[in-house]
Design a protein around this ligand. Structure first.
Ligand code: ATP
Length: 223
């Protein structure tokens, strides 16, 4: 079944979300207050309309209440982003994802009921910083303000060693939740202490950011 989304604000971020959802075959209602932005989406999104999302009546008339998931991608105008989120939650939209411009903006959005707050510039900055430090770093997923999941390539220090030999949990306080084997291309979920790490394996690790950082410094960065 096709899921229905609305994307409010067609700046670079909103436009990219809208394009990708449409390419994946989802029903997308694209909304912006600027006609030129809306025109660019007439042939991409299922519907593209000019509306000011701080106008509750306009949103109601668009039938926004029938939409499963609304993404608020208004950037610079923080007041409009907050007011739009508030209206959407008051209208009973189940899932509202909002792009935040700053940590303060994020705090307010969570207080007023945003279901998910994203901070693309900050998150991308973090990912890039990690990959600059180590070539073995592949990905970073923030779970909360203090916890993350990271994906790394086995470093030279790990190759040929078992998990018990590396003793990651006791030494660094993080857990290896899965290992993707290069040899078999299979995902080993909840690996055993006796499982050995081979060259090219990818490890998925969960932990507190401070512990992950310690782990990265000692085990992930190859000299
Ligand atoms: P990006 O970095 O993704 O390009 P941005 O952070 O610079 O975006 P803005 O350009 O401030 O974000 O806003 C994104 C879009 O949201 C713009 O196209 C703007 O017209 C639209 N927008 C702003 N306020 C409203 C509103 N109240 N209702 C509808 N659209 C709005």
């Amino acid at each position: 079944m096709k899921r229905e989304f609305a994307v409010i604000g067609l700046g670079r971020f909103g436009a990219s979300v809208c394009q990708e959802l449409s390419a994946e075959g989802m029903e997308v209602l694209a909304i912006d207050k600027m006609e030129s932005k809306v025109n660019d989406f007439r042939h991409i999104a299922s519907h593209a309309v000019i509306a000011d999302s701080t106008d509750e009546k306009a949103l109601k008339e668009l039938g926004i209440r029938n939409i499963d998931h609304v993404i608020v991608a208004i950037g610079d105008d923080i007041q409009a982003s907050i007011l739009t989120t508030l209206i959407l939650k008051e209208l009973g939209i189940k899932k509202v994802t909002v792009k935040a411009q700053s940590n303060h903006h994020e705090k307010v959005l969570l207080k007023i009921g945003a279901d998910h707050v994203i901070h693309p510039e900050r998150d991308m900055g973090k990912k890039i910083a990690h990959s600059l430090i180590s070539n073995n770093f592949l990905d970073h997923l923030e779970l909360s303000n203090e916890h993350s999941i990271i994906e790394i390539k086995a470093s030279k220090k790990m190759i040929g060693k078992t998990l018990v030999e590396l003793d990651i949990r006791a030494r660094y306080g993080c857990n290896v939740v899965a290992i993707r084997s290069k040899a078999t291309n299979k995902m080993n979920i909840s690996p055993l202490a006796t499982d050995k790490i081979e060259a090219g394996d990818v490890l998925i690790i969960i932990g507190a950011d401070k512990d992950i950082s310690k782990f990265e410094k000692h085990l992930v960065i190859d000299e």
